[in-house]
Write a protein that binds this ligand. Sequence first.
Ligand code: C5P
Length: 222
Amino acid sequence: MSVLVIIPAAGSGSRFGGPVPKQFQPLAGKPLVQYVVERFLMTDAARIVVAIPEPLLTTVKQAPGDRVQFVAGGETRQQSVIKAMSAAGDGYDVVAVHDAVRPFFRIDTLGTLIDAAQQHGAALPALPITDTIHATRDGRLSATIDRSNLVAAQTPQCFRYDILRDALARAEREKFDATDEAGLAAHYGYQVHIVPGDPFNIKITRPEDLALAEAHFEEWSK
Ligand code: C5P
């Protein structure tokens, strides 16, 4: 069974602020994206394709025969995934798409997700929502959302290769842009299986998250 890993890392990270996008911020002395790539290198993934901002392509080493390949990303996360997938070519059974800014994914959860994707077609890790969620209008609370059926999506999200390729091609034709690939697969009628996520698999979005990640990293590597 051959697994392709796609890491979209081409965002500008506007919510993080500052000139360095969040996926290149250092965690324990390494850029987050490098940390994530090295974790995937511990698995038996056949190929790891990382979409990065085009101007950075000349700054990375791309060794022939290496499992890691860098490509220029696109305007949106979905465009970056499309570019990475076409650069990888075919011949894979399962594709795992993982945010460059989630350094603490569990390798055993990845295995569970790959198995679930093979069985059901698509799978994502997700957590129940613990906060109360309100809708707002003009800076004021307008409604409280029933959270009993809501989950917060994490990555890695895993798909049978043909399913992700079909969903991305249809989205491209219809100019439909989803915020994650699990949502895209569901939009096109594929069954997406939910696997319990991990509260430590945080998405580093704001500078405060990086401080939390440093603290967690210290605890984790003891
Ligand atoms: O913007 P958001 O936080 O949802 O980004 C999630 C992931 O998608 C990040 O790793 C980001 O670098 C990546 N991304 C990308 N290409 C874009 C926008 C986001 O690869 N155009």
